[in-house]
Design a protein around this ligand. Sequence first.
Ligand code: BES
Ligand code: MN
Ligand code: ZN
Length: 499
Amino acid sequence: MSDPSIAFAKPELPATGALVVLLAEDLVLPPTAAALDEKTGGALARAIAKSAFKAKGFAALDVLAPAGCDLDRVLLIGLGKFGDLVEKDWLKLGGVVAGKLADAKATAATLLLERADGEAIVPERAADVALGVRMRAWTFDRYKSKKKDEDAPKDLALTLALADHSAAKKLWKARVEPVSDGVALTRELICEPANVLGTEDFTKRCEKLEKLGVEVEVLGEKELKKAGWNALLGVAQGSKRPPRVVIMRWNGGTEGEAPIAFVGKGVVFDSGGISIKPAAGMEDMKGDMGGAAVVTGLIHALAARKAAVNVVGAIGLVENMPDAGAQRPGDIVTSLSGQTIEVINTDAEGRLVLCDVLWHVKEAVKPAAIVDLATLTGAILVALGKLNAGLFCNDDTLAERLTSSGLVTGETVWRMPLSTDYDKLIDSTWADMKNTGGRDAGSVTAAQFLKRFVGDVPWAHLDIAGTAMGSPKTDLNAAWTSGWGVRLLDRLVADHYEK
Ligand code: BES
Ligand code: MN
Ligand code: ZN
């Protein structure tokens, strides 16, 4: 399904299409639905009474074509106790409704955001529902030539009906739709295949953010060589695609205030290089720019909602390929920081890209804090699966903030250790450090490597190899990637860095 159109209106019975009604455990119909029940000679009450429907846990009862009106269906959704619902439940409600309406091939629907107990559903919750709808409806079908078939899901026009509809619309437009668009951008960047989205193509997508008032600085190969970004350049040298570093600045805060920086791994394709990966599943490595995609989607969201904060997004874009010019295991590179690195495994390339970007951000941006995101290690998938991102952090306050923001948005993180004993595992005989610490604690040694490039800046590293792609299908996500992280970081900024 393509993007549903979402409108806000006051609660009224629609003449046609589908009507969605929310029910609490007591099964009492809210006023507008009660009026419909009367009009239909009690069709809704009868359906509830004759079914095993329990109005909780997002259970649905689909009442088809009730007599006495021209509606296609009335979809009752059970929400248990309204008082128990938190923000992410309302998001989930949007997802559930979008899923049911898509299954029903509905093209027009009204979602009645009305409670039987007379309490109003506030605009914030309506905007959450709208976000849930948009997230669930998102698919990536650009390359499916049959998408215009009869059977393909049709576009949905959805009206959210609530008392304070004008405030809900305002909030949606100004604050939440931008985040929804940011998530969609991240998902799209991750889904695009690497032949379409190379380093230069990705750069062009970033430059589009200029329209929102974002300053976009692009560093090309010449500049990177001149300044000595040799760790990053070493990864790129086996590919025809030239490296790019893109620095996006949103200056919505006070002038001169140190920004919060987000850094992303942007390996547009990771073949492993000379330490080439096995064939099975290698196609997924088109998503190895997931960290950069989250940073780009986040900057989109923050700029589009005119966040009152100074933010920098910095991404390193390279392709890791094994041509005749490729870097070899055993090569020693001098990173931008001056620290030397022995390349043991060319497939541990993400940290080589990030270390130069992190160092540059620390030196040139002087940020208040850095959060980096990277599809960095397969080991984090072994440790945490797809349900938590690995969090590595040198600052307890920042770690706590990320953890609690994740709990609110449902994009959870799990803190992993850092210590001098783990750090020793990447010491090298030949250089200052080596780029792998062996199989044991693979995600930790990768994080220790990054830590050597951030100095004393409060810094968090999110290993999103498990959460960025190959995402589980949920009520909020029917696609290969959920766009994990955009909402979490938007929340982090809103709650802790925005004035
Ligand atoms: N991009 C991969 C990590 C990855 C694996 C992301 C699975 C998403 C899903 C990364 O560049 C990589 O290859 N890491 C190696 C490191 C190893 C060679 C030390 C890994 O995890 O095997
Ligand atoms: Mn790799
Ligand atoms: Zn990689």
